[in-house]
Structures are given as C-alpha cells and as structure tokens.
Design a protein around this ligand. Sequence first.
Ligand SMILES: [Zn+2]
Length: 215
Amino acid sequence: MPLNDLFQLCRERVTAEEAARYYGYVPDRRGKVLCPFHPDRHPSLSFHRGNFRCWSCGAAGSAIDFSARLFGLAPLDAVRKLNEDLGLDLPVDRAAGPEERERARREAELRETRKIFEEWRQTMLTRLCAAIRTGNVALRRPMEDWDPKECLAVREQARLEWYAATLEAGDREEQMEIFRRRKEVGRLCTRISGDTGDPAGTDGRNGPRRRSGAA
Ligand SMILES: [Zn+2]
C-alpha cells in the first residue's frame, strides 16, 4: 500500500482526540487538554474533525502528527505505534490482502461521497440564505411593491427556513431527504434568486428589486 494511502487510512481509523485520550490527555469540560508541546498551565489544545490544535503554541495536525510529536517519531513510525497501541489493523509492514484492498477501496468511495454531499450542503445553504434574505427584505416594504420573485420568497419562507435549518444542524436522515429532493429545492432557489446561471433567472439578478414605481 502506498504510504499516502496508509497515512490516510490511519487518519480515518483514529482521530487525534482518540489518540490523545489513549496517551492520557483526557479533554476537560470545554473539550481541551494541557498541550504537551509547550509549557501549558491552562488547557489550550482542542480537537475538531479528527484533528488537534493548540491555540497557544500553534501545534496542529492529525493523530499521526500528535503521536509523532509526542514520542519524537517519524510519521511512519508514529503510524506503526498507533497501529500497535490502538489495534487499528492497518496493513503496515505487510502487503495488503485482497479483502483489505477492497475495504480500502470502499472507504475511499465513501470518503468521496461524503465530500460531494458536504460540498452540495454548503452551496445549498448559501443559496437558501440568499432566498430567505430576499423574502426578509421584501417584508420590510408594502406588499404591493413586491415582484413575483419576492412574492414567491415570502410565500415559501417557512419551507426555505426549514430546509436551511435542517441542512445547518438537522440529523443526517433529514438532510438526505432534502438531498434526494435537491433538484426541486434548487429550482425553488433559482426561481427566487436566479443564482445558477439559469437563463430564466438572469432577470434583475444584481439590479434593483423594484421593477417599476418611483423614478
Ligand atoms: Zn501548545
């Protein structure tokens, strides 16, 4: 297995926090530990998305970086140590068998799917916020002044807000439900904000919202 793949697999199987806990660095109520990489009197090292960061000395990285620095090891030796200490079952110092290669392939596929989903989620959130803003701006003016897009934004506001809240902090199953209906949700945003280069949505995209009236 190429080294880069081995490192990737290692980072997937153990987070920096799990490694730190194993070596005796148990997070306090605020999720922080005393940093082993500088003389730390108040816990200043925290964990996020599998990585660690010290807000005082700037040390940061993965479980491999944590272990390498803690024990003064080269990255590959840090992987070996994590593998042994935490029983990660990594194909280190031996060739990967067919099952292991298949497992690595599936893990890579899953990683790719998660990445695509996450990119979609971020883009969709931005578009939903723009559509919600359109409704909020319209609501500050008399209803007679609203253009059709603003009428739509106001009418669909509750739905748009539910989508946004769910994508922001809902559970995965609800988010997947929106993902399955992504075309419909995307079309609604396009009809309100015209923000996908859709020819139907180019009208007045950056221009004034009012189509007529006070000149
Ligand atoms: Zn530090």
